[in-house]
Design a protein around this ligand. Sequence first.
Ligand SMILES: *Cc1c(COP(=O)(O)O)cnc(C)c1O
Length: 217
Amino acid sequence: MSISDNIRFIKSQLGEAVSLVVVSKYHTEAEIQQVYDTGHRIFGENKIQDMTQKYHNLPKDIQWHMIGHTQSNKVKYMAPYVALIHSVDSLKLLEEINKQAIKHQRVIDYLFQIHIAQEETKFGVSPEELFSIIENKNFAQLKNVRLRGIMGMATNTDDTSQVRSEFSSLKEIYEQLKARTIPHSHIDTLSMGMSGDYHLAIDCGSTMVRIGSAIFK
Ligand SMILES: *Cc1c(COP(=O)(O)O)cnc(C)c1O
């Protein structure tokens, strides 16, 4: 199977309601160009420097998503072009994104990354922290960022009942966000599901999957 066969196969499984972020973090510009040539335009990277280099060298109609842990001091490099940041995990980071967005006279879309998996290594905020950030009075002042939803990762385990329960928790938090009136928000994105668990994630209500290895295998 070629990269374009893999893309076509995965897209046929997603249906209309679920969008695909092709995770290109371990792959060259030539490989990304191959995916681009199939008509795909949304790519995810986990390092700001790598993403910025690829942004400069590849077609400008690519929508670049930052899916990795984001450090405040590097936000400036992606602020001119990033389409969606999946990994916001503090008010301080959001304030920096807002500041850089103002410099470039744009509004930057973002998701809060929610920590739900049992693994220690996964970044993100707890549901309690999420709601306390949203209720912070400084949050409402951030006019150049727009909250689109949440991103989460399940524990890396073969126990599908655990993965299902984690995805269901994320879906529940997403529904709670949708039910609220939140300044500077348009909640329509639940980013969950990777190569190993995207079927389950879609079953649990995912609207956006992030897939790397199942495409570039
Ligand atoms: C690498 C990565 C993915 C893609 O993982 P695959 O198993 O290769 O599909 C998705 N989300 C995040 C946050 C990642 O870092």
